[in-house]
Design a protein around this ligand. Structure first.
Ligand SMILES: Cc1cc2nc3c(=O)[nH]c(=O)nc-3n(C[C@H](O)[C@H](O)[C@H](O)COP(=O)(O)OP(=O)(O)OC[C@H]3O[C@@H](n4cnc5c(N)ncnc54)[C@H](O)[C@@H]3O)c2cc1C
Length: 338
């Protein structure tokens, strides 16, 4: 099938923050062959390619003079059945739909990652995680196509250097590859992980993966605003990891501060820090801090990326002044090369 190219394409409905944005060119290749056509087009027209998934972790400018590529390969297949089945998943599959399809088949591994928005192709970028589980726990390999020369190949999970909300794709390899597929290894043996939040109270004594996935969905719906109703990008800041000595000093002044020891320091809860600054429900122009979850910045409509970033800076400054802790933004800011 040949490639359909859209001109001055409206991306407002393709990013969960609902930011206004027009892309000079937009394509949604449904195979690696049409992706290769898209890369040739980018070269011919001198437009830098930008890969977009479900738009749930990006801050878009009002115009992008780039070729936006949204991978639309959209299937998954068994590579191996048995006790620890392996599946290959295309980049355009909606992550939550994959979770429910696997949990519904009695397979364990990704049920705690239910209801994370976005497409499978973006899941390795920040090593999506929730409720004590992250993609790296089940990921075997990532299929990549070079944006420079169109060469395709597989990278092992080790080569992706996954960390907390981090991978090589966010750092050294940022903007160099399109991820077109993933290989995941799941399990038929019951391995529920229920030690985060109140998950254990929400399921039976011997839950199925589907029961756990549904409990995760219920918890998330209570805590997080639905982007279809109120624009947002989920957690706007990652939880900061600070040196042990700093965490100890903070605990003296703030005995209630949630702290989670890590191999490289102590993780603090960014939402708690923001809440303590009295910012929950705070509004700045068309944006605000969510009134139930301080970690989420919301778009009330009519705003732009610049205004959102202003709010984010104000929030981060208040946290820095009060706790001496620097917050890092989670969603990626996309810059227009002009
Ligand atoms: C309500 C809400 C809740 C959320 N909860 C969580 C959570 O619990 N845990 C968590 O980890 N995240 C969470 N997120 C963040 C987000 O859902 C994930 O980061 C998700 O993986 C982003 O997927 P996407 O397809 O929307 O990516 P996009 O936002 O479209 O893209 C994100 C980045 O990945 C790049 N990219 C996208 N697809 C590809 C590809 N195929 N190849 C190469 N690069 C690509 C883009 O260029 C961009 O830099 C949440 C977001 C929202 C809105």
């Amino acid at each position: 099938m040949s490639l359909e190219v859209r001109v001055e394409h409206d991306l407002a409905g393709l990013n969960t923050l609902g930011l206004p944005c027009h892309a000079a060119r937009f394509v949604a290749p449904s195979s690696e062959a049409t992706l290769s056509e898209a890369l040739s087009l980018a070269q011919q027209e001198g437009l830098a390619p930008l890969v977009l998934g479900g738009g749930s972790n990006v801050i878009l400018p009002s115009r992008l003079s780039r070729l936006v590529i949204q991978p639309a390969m959209n299937a998954w297949r068994w590579l191996e059945q048995g006790d620890t089945p392996r599946i290959e998943v295309d980049a355009g599959v909606v992550w939550h739909e994959l979770v429910m399809a696997m949990a519904g088949r009695g397979l364990w591994g990704i049920e705690n990652l239910a209801l994370i928005p976005g497409h499978c192709g973006a899941a390795p970028i920040q090593n999506i995680g929730a409720y004590g589980v992250e993609l790296a726990d089940v990921l075997e390999a990532v299929r990549v196509v070079s944006l420079q020369d169109g060469r395709a190949g597989w990278m092992s999970a080790d080569e992706c250097a996954f960390g907390y909300r981090d991978s090589l794709f966010k750092r050294e390899l940022a903007g160099q590859f399109v991820i077109t597929g993933l290989i995941l290894r799941l399990s038929r043996r019951a391995t529920p992980r229920l030690d985060y939040g109140d998950l254990a109270q929400r399921v039976s004594a011997a839950p199925t993966p589907l029961e756990v996935a549904r409990a995760v969905c219920a918890t998330r719906r209570e805590k997080l605003p639905d982007p279809a109703v109120l624009g947002n990008a989920g957690s706007f800041f990652t939880n900061p990891v600070v040196p042990r000595a700093q965490a100890d000093a903070l605990r003296v002044s703030y005995p209630d501060m949630p702290q989670f020891p890590q191999p490289d320091g102590v993780k603090l809860a960014a939402g708690w820090l923001i809440d303590q600054c009295g910012l929950k429900g705070w509004r700045h122009g068309h944006f605000g801090v969510h009134d139930r979850q301080a970690l989420v910045l919301v778009h009330h409509g009519g705003g732009t990326a610049a205004e959102l970033l202003e709010l984010a800076e104000m929030v981060a400054r208040r946290v820095e002044q009060r706790f001496g802790v620097t917050l890092q933004r989670e969603p990626r800011r996309i810059i227009d090369p002009g």
